[in-house]
Design a protein. Structure first.
Length: 190
């Protein structure tokens, strides 16, 4: 079977110029259109997730950028896998949790740092209850089946209702509390 033309529908490469150091030649990085579309589709959710766990805005943004860079480096392998979104989620959580260990903590970050719930349960609950995704969107983001996400959410809820889970309930209540509106970088009181 012949391979698809590099300019077939949906495969037009996206070119991103890279700023070289003074005196170096310009380097152009060509990203596959499907990777660019994937990033556009998932970036906002990834950013919201990172901001829930990393208090510093710039650190959260860098964690997402690095995770997408990791994914770009192995994009053809990620596409060949069964669940591209699961591979991307793994890259994201690895980068976000690493950054969260060296950043000021957030209420949601305590879910992970203190081991109050398994990470996959906390991820599903955070994406559903705090980021505001529906069950199908959580499943797509995690690279899981909707039934698996429903089970994770029910298990998390049971864990919250366990009388021995006082620390989890306190942490979860703090994570769900409305946060003060963050200042955008570069803004602030004059």
């Amino acid at each position: 079977m012949p391979s698809a033309s590099p300019h077939a529908a949906g495969t037009t490469p996206h070119t991103t110029p890279v700023r070289p150091k003074l005196g170096e030649a310009v380097i152009t990085v060509v990203l596959p259109a499907d990777f660019t579309a994937f990033c556009q589709l998932h970036h906002d959710v990834y950013r919201h997730y990172a901001h829930q766990l990393i208090a510093d805005h710039d650190t959260a943004v860098r964690a997402v950028q690095h995770a997408l860079g990791d994914l770009a480096a192995s994009w053809s392998q990620a596409l060949a896998g069964h669940r591209t979104t699961a591979i991307a989620w793994s890259a994201l959580t690895r980068r976000v949790h690493r950054a969260a260990r060296t950043s000021p903590t957030t209420p949601a970050g305590a879910l992970y740092a203190d081991g109050l719930a398994p990470a996959i349960e906390a991820d599903a609950a955070l994406l559903h209850h705090i980021v505001g995704l529906g069950t199908d969107d959580v499943a797509d983001t995690l690279g899981a089946e909707p039934a698996t996400v429903t089970s994770l959410l029910h298990t998390f809820d049971r864990r919250l209702n366990d009388t021995a889970s006082t620390a989890l309930r306190v942490c979860w209540a703090e994570a769900r509390a409305p946060a003060p509106s963050p200042l955008t970088p570069g803004s602030g009181p004059g």
